[in-house]
Design a protein around this ligand. Structure first.
Ligand SMILES: C[S@@+](CC[C@H](N)C(=O)[O-])C[C@H]1O[C@@H](n2cnc3c(N)ncnc32)[C@H](O)[C@@H]1O
Length: 214
């Protein structure tokens, strides 16, 4: 398997009213979160620029790039991207490792009545992990990855999710700089052929990848 990059021209689009309300609410809650933690040890979280993320989600949707309407935000933080995907008609999931962020993001979705499922777990499914390399993190894969007859070789699923990872058509992630390649490797390892990954690197660089059969 492999991934290919897809050309995109992304502009900060005007957002519909419901999305504007979500952005307003999320921004207020980010401010509260950073104030609550002040100089205490806060969960490591930096929000992406939601208007740009919406523009990317809208563009891939309008171009009908994802093979289905199931969305997953890896490392969802306040799950703003997952909520926007839900508003665009996706069945949307957020996967977040920090309980506090899961609690706050669920509260926002509930308050705005946006159907989204946020699961408190690692984005690395069972058997996968990240390994800190010299200048970038590397993906650890389970033995079953290269051996389809391995006893653990069954469809991957996050605990608490009611579908397999292979049923997700669109992924979004905002990885730390040293984890950008790791996220692409994870996507290549676990997504179904045809699935799309939006990888937000900076407000000036958002990359879109498709998983392809070699
Ligand atoms: C840069 S923030 C991005 C948050 C959000 N996606 C956004 O765009 O605003 C990265 C998020 O990934 C979460 N995270 C880091 N490692 C993770 C892991 N292994 N599994 C799930 N979430 C993780 C962090 O707690 C943090 O909320």
């Amino acid at each position: 398997m492999a991934i290919e990059e897809i050309e995109m021209e992304l502009l900060e689009a005007r957002v519909p009213d419901q999305v504007a309300r979500l952005i307003e609410t999320s921004s207020r809650d980010w401010a509260r979160f950073f104030a609550d933690y002040d100089d205490r040890q806060a969960p490591r979280f930096v929000p992406s620029v939601p208007e740009l993320v919406f523009s990317a989600l809208e563009e891939v949707t309008q171009r009908n790039l994802p093979p289905n309407r199931v969305f997953c935000e890896w490392g969802s933080g306040f799950a703003t991207a997952a909520c926007m995907a839900s508003l665009l008609g996706y069945k949307a999931y957020g996967i977040e490792i920090e309980e506090e962020l899961v609690r706050r993001s669920r509260a926002i979705a509930r308050r705005l009545r946006i159907p989204v499922e946020i699961i408190c777990t690692s984005m690395f499914p069972k058997g996968y992990n990240s390994y800190p390399g010299v200048d970038r993190a590397e993906l650890v894969r389970p033995a079953s990855f290269s051996d389809p007859n391995h006893p653990d070789s069954r469809p991957l699923r996050y605990d608490g999710m009611d579908m397999d990872i292979a049923e997700i058509g669109l992924f979004f992630a905002y990885p730390w700089a040293e984890e950008q390649e790791l996220i692409q490797e994870l996507f290549d390892a676990v997504a179904i052929a045809g699935a799309i990954l939006i990888s937000y690197h900076t407000a000036k660089e958002i990359c879109v990848f498709r998983k392809v059969d070699e």
